[in-house]
Design a protein around this ligand. Structure first.
Ligand code: F6P
Length: 361
């Protein structure tokens, strides 16, 4: 059997499960092809490393002991897709460089672990003739064509813990606590953590909120003797008026008002309209830190194993996915550039409404 040289990079925001996935790929390749027939090349800091030939031949021992490790052993960087084909002041032709690194490193294939932006560049490189396999990571769970991404469930667990802890302090002080949860475009993380943490009001980008309805929900709880309320608000939430605006216009309007985030604005409006004290909690990057959950360790391992199977089959130009209970793959061309949003009629949304959760609509 001829030797296979496999390049691996992690790109975009990190998340728990990146190392577990890298380990899954490596171990499955060593098992399947034999340690002597596989060379794994670690590429530093995502596409930046591919552009600048920051590559290192890895030894099999590098992939031991990393199952539980958060972050990524290869490092990561955001390298916006929209700039990939633009030659800037540095005069670097990024696409040309990436192809040259691939060639110089004598890679047989390139594995890209990343989110939506990463997948767009993966498709671009695949169109340029590179043998690319994507692996879907993100705490946002918004990659099209897969039911779940690794990192998501861990972030749900962390965000749920945050909301649990907010309950006791909110109840003690009879306050409104507004928890901002990551997710700029899609509300999967907020929706799931909100339900798991028993939030009273859940605000997600897919369901623009009406602040009067939000305040009504808070007042209704207060009238029934519940002196506190917990709101789970997605980072990218917007109200019904903002929903009619373009993203830039929305950002400009918020900047003029001096309040950038939806969360701070919602808290200020609740306090002003209801007279109840409101506080904001932003767990931020804590949601992406630390060890992956048991669920994500299993999913990452399955995804890594499937990527090794795809390498054996030379099934390139695709990204690994979980659909139902099956680990499979989608063509990059079918999923790149699309976002998986929460369906407002999703059974999870309906279940939340059925127990009295308000979506502020
Ligand atoms: O894509 C994952 C994510 O955590 C989003 O939820 C969030 O909007 C964004 O990354 C934050 O990015 P950065 O860490 O680059 O500020």
């Amino acid at each position: 059997m001829s030797k296979r040289r496999i390049g691996i990079l992690t790109s975009g925001g990190d998340c728990p499960g990146l190392n577990a996935t890298i380990r899954g790929v490596a171990k499955a390749c060593y098992e399947r092809f034999g340690e002597d027939n596989v060379e794994i090349v670690g590429i530093s800091n995502g596409y930046y490393g591919l552009i600048n030939n920051l590559c290192k031949d890895m030894s099999p021992s590098a992939f031991s002991g990393i199952l539980t490790q958060g972050g990524t052993i290869f490092g990561t960087k955001r390298q916006p897709f929209k700039m990939m084909q633009v030659i800037g002041e540095d005069n670097v032709d990024k696409v040309k460089n990436m192809k040259e690194t691939y060639k110089k490193q004598k890679l047989d294939c390139l594995l890209t672990l990343g989110g939506n932006g990463t997948h767009k560049t993966s498709k671009l490189l695949s169109d340029e003739g590179l043998n690319v396999i994507g692996l879907p990571k993100t705490i946002d769970n918004d990659i099209y064509g897969t039911d779940v991404t690794f990192g998501f469930h861990t972030a749900v667990d962390i965000a749920t813990d945050v909301i649990d802890r907010l309950h006791t302090t909110a109840a003690s002080h009879s306050r409104i606590l507004v928890c901002e949860i990551m997710g700029n475009k899609a509300g999967w993380l907020t929706l799931n953590a909100g339900i798991a943490g028993g939030a009273d009001i859940i605000i997600i980008p897919e369901i623009p909120y009406d602040i009067d309805k939000v305040c009504d929900a808070v007042m209704a709880r207060s009238a029934s003797g519940k002196t506190f309320s917990i709101l789970a608000v997605a980072e990218g939430a917007f109200d019904v008026t903002e929903a009619k605006m373009k993203k830039k216009e929305r950002a400009k309007k918020r900047a003029e008002a001096g309040i950038i985030t939806a969360t701070s604005r919602i808290a200020a409006q609740i306090q002003a309209n209801t007279g109840m004290e409101a506080r904001v909690c932003v767990p931020g990057h804590m949601l992406r830190g630390g060890a992956p959950s048991a669920y994500d360790r299993v999913l990452s391992t399955q995804f890594g194993v499937h990527a090794a199977y795809m390498i054996a089959q030379e099934k390139y130009g695709r990204t690994v996915a979980k659909i139902g209970n099956k680990i499979t793959s989608n063509k990059l061309a079918d999923i790149a550039g699309k976002t998986k949003f929460v369906d407002t009629n999703d059974h999870i949304v309906i279940a939340a409404r059925d127990i009295g959760v308000s979506f502020g609509d």
